[in-house]
Every structure is written in structure tokens, then in C-alpha cells.
Write a protein that binds this ligand. Structure first.
Ligand code: ADP
Ligand code: MG
Length: 330
């Protein structure tokens, strides 16, 4: 069973950035307004996230890392968030199978925080009372220590670091009212810091630079009930923006960072009809789809989503961007 669990875990978490994305989503779900991340060796040696969210009840700690137990946890009585993030209760379970995982957490009605250690889906011993602030700290150490092939293929260090920074940057841009910071263990310097009350444009400036930020155009696609498009807005660079460095399009669908190749291809093609070759636009879209139309569980890593009326929805997004860029092009 443990071998099977380990293999399953290794398919969900294939690099530190995947673990980080799961932790970010949990912290945002927990209504945090501040999320601080510390990493060492690109997250392979250490990946720690501290949030100031609702915390986890002590009674829930024993089952925290069992698979598919989320619905048993009591903190999230608001089942609305389930549809938003496709809750499956697999992330922490998976992480516990391929790392040393420590969770320290305090709900606001508890007098102290509790710390629990997990191994292979199970809590080791009892939760220990410790001093701590409201919120949750997740500490992942020695990720993939028992998956040597994965560890070899990741080659440690800098590449993982830049991927982690990129995931945090994307969530920071998309998440209003939450401050984010990333540091290396032992450093006081922030590698990335975004304030809670900054505008989207300011956040883009902070993380992707002012060259991008000053060329942004707001996009707002009209909502369309019949095809389940509840909202679609974002920021795209105009046709005079030039950068050789490409940032892959940032798509959030129902609050989840996703890759969406058909949409990406469509937008790239659209830009190429306005711009000379080599121009790399910056595209950020936040799309909300009627929940019952959405399937987030098409892939174990949940990086892809499928939904009803995809073609129709992409079409209206395409037209909206085309109209925006076209209106500038004389
Ligand atoms: P899922 O998010 O799919 O439920 P996870 O393994 O990511 O599965 O998390 C399991 C549960 O642990 C969450 O549903 C939530 O109840 C709790 N949890 C995890 N991280 C946090 C956090 N940072 N703050 C509060 N609760 C958390
Ligand atoms: Mg989760």
C-alpha cells in the first residue's frame, strides 16, 4: 500500500512548485491575508509556508493526511469553496508520502497552537501544544528523499527556485487582499514581496517589471449565462509593448492557476496578426465558469480543467481581445 501511495503521490507532486501551488491554494482557501514562504535548495531541502488563515482544529489533525478525507474536516463548513478548488484531499496526503511534513496550526478559539508530524499519510504520535499565532505553518523538508530518481532529475537549486517564484507571482497577481513574501532560508532579503492592497497593475509592476505594467490594457469580456461564462477580466499588453522575454499567459479559471493550451494558442495567433514576429505579449485572464460546467479533476495534478462550451467561451474572449487590440491599430 505504501508503495502504491508513494507512486500516486509522485504523480501529483512532481516538483517543489507543485507542492507550493497546493499549499498556496490551501492558504488562500483558509482566508489568509498574509502568506510568507521560506525555501532552501529550490524547495527540495525545505519549503515552508506560514499563513494567518482560519487554522485547522486539533481534532482534525489526525486525519489531515489521509486521502479523500477533506469532507470530514470541520473548518470548511462553507462547502462553496469545494467547487472552486476541486477539493479532493490529496495534496497533503501526497506530500506526506514523499517528504517529512510538519504542520503547526492555531484556530482563533484555541488557547495555543498544535504541531503534528506526518509520515506516509499518518500522523506520528500526538499533536503537541506549542506557542503560535492564529494560522497555519506547513513545513516540508527533504522533498523526494525517498524518490531518488526524481531528485536526480530535478538537479536541485536555481531552476526550481525560479519556478517557485513564478507560481507565487501568478497567485499574487490574481489574489486580492493577500500579501505574499518569499525568502531563502537564513536570508532577510525578500526574493519577492507583494503587498495586500496593491492594484493588479502595481502587482504586475512589482513582479514582472514596469516595462510590462506601463503597457497594460484592461480586458473585460461581457458575461454570458447561456454558455456559463460568469466573468472574464484581465490585463494584456498593447501592440507597442516589446519584450523578447516571454512570460507564458497567466490563466486563472475559478480561482485556480491552470494551463490552457487551446486558449494560449488562440491568443498567440491573434497577437501575431497585429505584431511583428518576436513580440511576446503579456496576458493575464481571470475567468469564472459556472461551477457545474467545470471539471477540474481531469488530471492528477489538476493543472488542466475542462468545461462545457469551451469553444464558445474561447470565441467570445478572442473577439473581445481582438476588438481591444484592433481599436489601437491604425
Ligand atoms: P484539499 O485542499 O483538496 O482538501 P489538501 O490535502 O490540500 O486537500 O488539504 C486538506 C485539508 O487540510 C483542507 O481541506 C483544509 O481543511 C486543511 N488545510 C490544509 N492547509 C490548510 C491551511 N493552510 N489552513 C487551514 N486549513 C488547511
Ligand atoms: Mg488543497
Amino acid at each position: 500500500i505504501d508503495v502504491v501511495n508513494k507512486i500516486a503521490a509522485g504523480e501529483i507532486i512532481v516538483a517543489p512548485e507543485n507542492a507550493l501551488k497546493e499549499l498556496l491554494e490551501n492558504a488562500i482557501d483558509a482566508k489568509s491575508t498574509s502568506i510568507d514562504i521560506i525555501i532552501q535548495d529550490g524547495g527540495l531541502k525545505l519549503l515552508q509556508m506560514t499563513d494567518n488563515g482560519v487554522g485547522i482544529y486539533k481534532e482534525d489533525l489526525p486525519i489531515l493526511c489521509e486521502r479523500f478525507t477533506t469532507s470530514k474536516l470541520s473548518t470548511f463548513e462553507d462547502l462553496n469553496s469545494i467547487g472552486t478548488y476541486g477539493f479532493r484531499g490529496e495534496a497533503l496526503a501526497s506530500i506526506s508520502h514523499i517528504s517529512r511534513l510538519t504542520v503547526t496550526t492555531k484556530t482563533k478559539d484555541s488557547a495555543c497552537a498544535y504541531r503534528a508530524i506526518y509520515q506516509e499519510g499518518r500522523m506520528v504520535g500526538e499533536p503537541k501544544p506549542v506557542a503560535g499565532k492564529d494560522g497555519t505553518q506547513i513545513l516540508i523538508e527533504d522533498l523526494f528523499y525517498n524518490v531518488p530518481s526524481r531528485l536526480r532529475s530535478l538537479k536541485g537549486g536555481n531552476e526550481q527556485l525560479s519556478k517557485i517564484l513564478d507560481v507565487v507571482a501568478r497567485y499574487a497577481i490574481n489574489t486580492d487582499g493577500v500579501a505574499f513574501s518569499v525568502k531563502k532560508a537564513g536570508d532577510t532579503l525578500n526574493l519577492l514581496a507583494v503587498r495586500a492592497n496593491n492594484s493588479t497593475k502595481d502587482k504586475v509592476r512589482t513582479v514582472f517589471g514596469s516595462a510590462v505594467a506601463s503597457e497594460l490594457l484592461p480586458i473585460a469580456v461581457e458575461k454570458s449565462e447561456e454558455i456559463g461564462l460568469l466573468s472574464c477580466e484581465g490585463q494584456i499588453t498593447n501592440t507597442s509593448y516589446y519584450s523578447k522575454k516571454s512570460v507564458s499567459p497567466i490563466f486563472f479559471i475559478n480561482g485556480r492557476l491552470v494551463s490552457c493550451d487551446p486558449l494560449k494558442r488562440m491568443i498567440t495567433q491573434l497577437y501575431s496578426s497585429f505584431l511583428p514576429k518576436g513580440h511576446k505579449p503579456f496576458v493575464y485572464l481571470r475567468i469564472d465558469i459556472k461551477r457545474e460546467n467545470l471539471d477540474v479533476n481531469v488530471h492528477p495534478t489538476k493543472r488542466e480543467v475542462r468545461f462545457l462550451f469551451e469553444d464558445e467561451i474561447f470565441q467570445v474572449i478572442f473577439q473581445s481581445i481582438q476588438a481591444k487590440l484592433g481599436s489601437l491599430d491604425h
